[in-house]
Design a protein around this ligand. Structure first.
Ligand SMILES: NC(=O)c1ccc[n+]([C@@H]2O[C@H](COP(=O)([O-])OP(=O)(O)OC[C@H]3O[C@@H](n4cnc5c(N)ncnc54)[C@H](OP(=O)(O)O)[C@@H]3O)[C@@H](O)[C@H]2O)c1
Length: 229
């Protein structure tokens, strides 16, 4: 069975990815920034019938990533899922931008996934593993709505970073997946979204299982549909 490391694991899509990966028999390192508040995740960790270990990690803090790295040590990681993300408050349109929000959103959604991946690269190389970023269709140039530009730009930028990362990691045998989870009923997606967390996570885990070096660096949705950059 594989070892997964999943960020933003305490709620939403991340929590459901933990549930489903653990139910499939995998060992799951479930990273979140507030384990004290992560009741559902702690309950999963306490169960005897699944193998979940909670790891404190704020992805926007280099020191916190370092502490998590020390905690996990040299354990091979087969799948790293960079799921943690924020939408950011308004205003974030091109002509009315809160620059603190822009900076924060880029730090969490763009910089952090690469920083986390770099920290755990030896673990991924040891397993010839896969590194995933949960992106968004809002990162595509085809998405024309401009009211959430900080968020959209952060996802466009992380797509570019992880597309480049795929080229850099191919010789090391580590595949890269860039996935949109669809529009999902979470705190971020809202109650009107079209997908449940169960449907989205199931699809994402299927895509991750099928991912190989030949398809590394491509951008698709939870159902395997190729997306335009
Ligand atoms: N829901 C959708 O429709 C949708 C669509 C497209 C893409 N996505 C992407 O899917 C991913 C998960 O979204 P979601 O819908 O599950 O959102 P969510 O319910 O708002 O959950 C976000 C998760 O990210 C964590 N997080 C935020 N900042 C963090 C930090 N600095 N360090 C560690 N964890 C942090 C949150 O932890 P706290 O509880 O500590 O805040 C929470 O666990 C995100 O990358 C999002 O952009 C979602």
């Amino acid at each position: 069975m594989a070892t997964f490391l999943i960020t933003g694991a305490n709620r939403g899509i991340g929590l459901e990815l933990v549930r489903q990966a653990a139910a499939a028999g995998h060992h799951v390192l479930a990273a979140c920034r507030g384990p004290g508040r992560a009741k559902e995740l702690k309950a999963l960790e306490a169960r005897d019938d699944c193998d979940v270990e909670v790891v404190p990690m704020d992805v926007s803090e280099a020191n916190s990533i370092g502490t998590a790295k020390t905690h996990i040590g040299t354990k091979p990681i087969h799948v790293l899922i960079n799921n943690a993300g924020i939408m950011g408050d308004d205003p974030q349109s091109p002509l009315d931008m809160n620059f603190d929000v822009l900076t924060k959103v880029l730090a969490v959604n763009t910089v952090a996934p690469l920083r986390v991946t770099k920290a755990f690269l030896p673990n991924l190389e040891a397993a010839k593993g896969k590194v995933i970023v949960i992106s968004s269709g809002m990162g595509s140039f085809g998405y024309e709505e401009t009211s959430k530009m900080a968020y959209c730009t952060s996802k466009t930028a992380v797509n570019r970073l992880f597309h480049g990362l795929a080229s850099a990691l191919r010789p090391k045998g580590v595949a890269v997946g860039i996935y949109s989870p669809g529009w999902v009923r979470t705190a971020m997606g809202g109650p009107g979204a079209t997908l449940s967390v169960e449907e989205s996570a199931r699809g994402l885990l299927q895509q991750i299982e099928q991912l190989d070096l030949a398809h590394s660096g491509s951008f698709s949705n939870y159902a395997g549909r190729q997306l335009n950059w």
